[in-house]
Ligand binder design. Structure first.
Ligand SMILES: O=C(O)CCC(=O)C(=O)O
Length: 248
């Protein structure tokens, strides 16, 4: 599938909302019927072996055009350009596959884990499957991006090794981000987010797309082959190795 839509734009009110809340959406990338077509391709990618990087679920935009096309859909990139400017680089893509029984993803801020200097990054999280409270949708705490949350060691029942310190969290403020297949949200590196264990019998797949601006240097790399890709505009800083998107 190729992206054919015109780039989306945000209103001034939406941009203010992103600055105040740390997240925005859900927005529509495509209809649930169209996402069923994408999902067919996504499942084939997830069944295939990546040539040169660590797992089947991370950074498949490096070797599969379908993932690059999905991750750089104009519905996402147009909105990111409104918030971060024209010059955008793709750093990572991560599938979050929560099968029935999958563990909790702890409350966290992404910048705690990432080798970025400075840690300025925009994420889009795309619902590949329907994502509901029942099958552990993403949750965020509005306005939480205005503070840095201390992170501590997480328990065995969590997916990550570190989690946001519960003493500094007000989870009563949390918002459930239920999404139909084909919808997505935007958030930033400090927005506190989480998902419950998947207590349902329904799988939930999301694709997280990580986009940086050229002033951000990636300090360590997932693999020697993992370069960034220019999504739009220019790279006037030249701080990172840049490669071309896959052709097929
Ligand atoms: O999909 C989830 O449950 C968590 C996603 C997440 O932590 C992220 O996109 O940074």
């Amino acid at each position: 599938m190729t992206a054919t839509q015109t780039s989306a734009v945000l209103s001034a009110a939406e941009m203010d909302q992103f600055r105040e809340q740390g997240f925005l959406g859900p927005f529509t990338l495509c209809s649930p019927t169209e996402m069923a077509e994408w999902r067919f391709g996504v499942e084939a990618v997830l069944d295939s072996n990546p040539p040169d990087h660590k797992t089947k679920i991370h950074n498949r935009h490096l070797d599969k055009k379908l993932i690059w096309d999905l991750a750089t859909d104009p519905a996402i990139i147009g909105r990111m350009q409104c918030l971060y400017g024209e010059d955008l680089l793709m750093w990572r893509t991560n599938f979050f596959i929560k099968e029935p029984g999958a563990k909790e993803i702890p409350w966290h801020q992404d910048h705690n884990y990432w080798p970025l200097e400075p840690p300025i990054i925009s994420s889009a999280w795309i619902a590949i499957d329907e994502s509901t409270v029942e099958n552990s949708c993403l949750q965020v705490i509005p306005g939480s991006h205005r503070k840095t949350l201390p992170h501590i060691k997480a328990g065995e029942d969590m997916v990550f090794a570190e989690m946001g310190d519960p003493d500094y969290l007000d989870v009563h403020q949390a918002v459930n981000l239920e999404m139909k297949p084909g919808e997505f949200i935007l958030f930033n590196e400090r927005t506190v987010h989480h998902s419950e264990p998947n207590r349902s019998q329904k799988r939930r797949i999301g694709l997280a797309v990580r986009v940086v601006v050229p002033m951000v240097k990636v300090l360590t790399w997932d693999s020697p082959e993992h370069a960034l890709m220019q999504i739009s505009g220019r790279d006037p800083m030249g701080l990172n190795t840049i490669t071309q998107p896959p052709l097929d």
